[in-house]
Ligand binder design. Structure first.
Ligand SMILES: Nc1ncnc2c1ncn2[C@@H]1O[C@H](COP(=O)(O)OP(=O)(O)OP(=O)(O)O)[C@@H](O)[C@H]1O
Ligand SMILES: [Mg+2]
Length: 503
């Protein structure tokens, strides 16, 4: 029979390692807010102070709060098993976030909670744990006197919780990770800049709580007294935003809902509005799926490698709602900022993309078929060679050939170079971007009557110098551009010349 030895983890080294699992200040605060929202808070206050380098940060909610025993369990690393079923609106999963998010930023975490008017308070201190030689996990439990000795905590308690029955304060002191090396005044600037970034992050991640859909409850979040304003990345308020048909993917009876949007093109909104919704990295970067777990944004702007990010799709954003019952399939991480869809979901998401692309491609195809129909002498040739598509001017076009034959050898070379120059300098990127935004607005410059008449005269002279093919001319012109693309004008010119038009 084998023996067993008890090998508890060393608290000091384990916590030290957990500090590095990759939280930023933004994702860390968001993880604490998750807990407040799960506890049915309606108002969450984030208070912070640079305090001459002794900065502190507190997240205070008016949620259900915790009893003494519940708080002690909440402070435990792994307070709940990730396999345990959670309530439908629970934003948690691992029983770790409160601790890992806090220690990613600070060395001293105090949680004060009030439930049914009873106050409980506990604290973890990294320095105390580091000094602890045995492997015990000794948590400080603070009584009323100890709470009062912490001036800032006590002030926060008096201001926010003393007259309430329930609520929780998560209090970070000894913040050492937000800014590491550097001069004090640079650190203060960085502290403020990070706070600004955090504001933007929270306005996006929690926008569906800050500005809820009908039937959902509103949660106010304030940073040092300023209300956060929801930032909805789909800009649904704007009438120019297209809300496409919703699609559903059902996995083991669980519903995933995909709502595609096409954001407005920049000429349909003010430039400020266009910029506002571009997001960090611009529209190209921010296209793709936006995954919401219980209405909280966890990942944004990705196609999960199903397709590449393309200029043509840059205004497409698809809101995807997933329930927490599918967590095990999505491989959600502790920070709630990474998840990857299982194969079966990927298949569904690919279909969502295909449906949207088909709608987009329709416009393109219609134009393509029209161009390609009967014209055997186009002005431009489309060539697909070794995976590349090139557009070239058709040097065998009867009018171009005629001109090349009429000029001297030197002029011919010069003319050839001019044609090559026009081809090479075609503004492909600009065209592509305009086409992606609004294909219907792209037009070729139109011919005036005199210009087309000149070309028509030249064509007749080259194609039918003896005047014997008169009867076939109008049919022939259907195959030659620019006459084919400007048929109405061409036929008027022919009538003026006394030609009989055979349709
Ligand atoms: N503000 C709060 N109000 C009430 N209860 C809370 C609050 N914060 C934490 N808790 C309790 O503490 C527990 C532990 O929180 P923690 O964030 O560590 O884990 P979790 O939310 O369960 O899962 P995850 O690791 O995914 O965040 C929660 O499950 C909840 O019961
Ligand atoms: Mg949590």
């Amino acid at each position: 029979m084998s023996d067993f030895v008890n090998v508890p983890p060393s608290p000091a080294s384990l916590i030290q390692s957990l500090r590095d699992i990759g939280y930023s200040i933004q994702t860390a605060i968001a993880d604490i807010i998750d807990n407040s929202i799960t506890a049915n808070s309606t108002k969450i206050d984030i208070k912070f102070s640079w305090n001459f380098g002794n900065s502190w940060l507190a997240i205070i909610d008016d949620g259900e709060g915790m009893t003494h025993d519940e708080l002690i369990n909440a402070m435990r690393f792994g307070s709940k098993n990730s396999l345990e079923n959670r309530a439908e609106n629970d934003l948690g999963r691992f029983g770790l976030g409160l601790k890992t998010a806090s220690f990613s930023q600070c060395r001293h975490l105090t949680v004060l909670s009030k439930k049914n008017k009873l106050v409980s308070c506990c604290a973890w201190d990294l320095d105390l744990i580091a000094r602890n030689n045995d492997s015990s996990w000794m948590l400080s439990v603070l009584n009323e006197v100890a709470i009062k000795q912490n001036v800032v905590l006590n002030e926060l308690f008096l201001k926010f919780l003393s007259d309430k029955n329930n609520g929780t304060i998560v209090f970070w002191e000894d913040i050492d990770r937000m800014y590491e090396e550097g001069l004090v005044k640079d650190k203060e600037k960085l502290f403020n800049a990070l706070i600004d970034d955090t504001r933007e992050h929270l306005q996006l991640v929690f926008h569906r709580f800050l500005s809820p859909e009908i039937g959902s409850k509103k949660v106010s979040i304030l940073m040092n007294g300023d209300n956060l304003i929801a930032f909805n990345p789909f800009n649904p308020q704007n009438l120019a935003t297209q809300e496409l048909e919703q699609q559903q993917i059902i996995i083991n009876g669980n519903k995933i809902v995909a709502q595609p949007y096409i954001l407005p093109h920049h000429n349909k909104v003010s430039s400020e509005e266009y910029e506002k919704y571009a997001g960090e990295g611009g529209y190209l970067q921010n296209q793709g799926f936006y995954i919401y777990r219980n209405k909280r944004l966890i990942i944004k702007g990705t196609w999960f490698r199903l397709i590449k990010k393309a200029e043509l799709n840059k205004l497409i954003r698809i809101r995807v709602d997933i329930p927490n019952t599918l967590d095990h399939l999505w491989k959600i991480d502790v920070r709630k900022s990474h998840a990857s869809p299982p194969e079966i979901v990927k298949e569904g998401l690919l279909q969502v993309i295909e449906k949207i692309e088909v709608a987009g491609r329709k416009v393109y195809k219609q134009r393509g078929t029209k161009l390609a129909s009967k014209v055997t002498n186009p002005v431009w040739h489309r060539k697909a060679i070794a995976g590349e598509i090139i557009y070239e001017i058709n040097r065998d076009h009867p009018l171009i050939l005629d001109l090349l034959n009429k000029v001297s050898k030197d002029q011919k070379d010069y003319l050839q170079q001019i044609i090559t120059m026009v081809e090479n300098s075609f503004p492909v990127d600009l065209f592509y971007s305009d086409f992606a935004d609004s294909p219907e607005q792209i037009k070729s410059p139109s011919f005036d009557e005199n210009g087309l008449k000149l070309l028509l005269d030249m064509f007749i002279e080259t194609w039918d110098p003896g005047g014997t093919l008169k009867n076939q001319l109008s049919k022939k012109l259907l195959t030659v551009d620019p006459f084919s693309s400007n048929m109405e004008l061409t036929q008027n010119l022919l009538k003026h010349k006394g030609y009989k038009i055979n349709e």
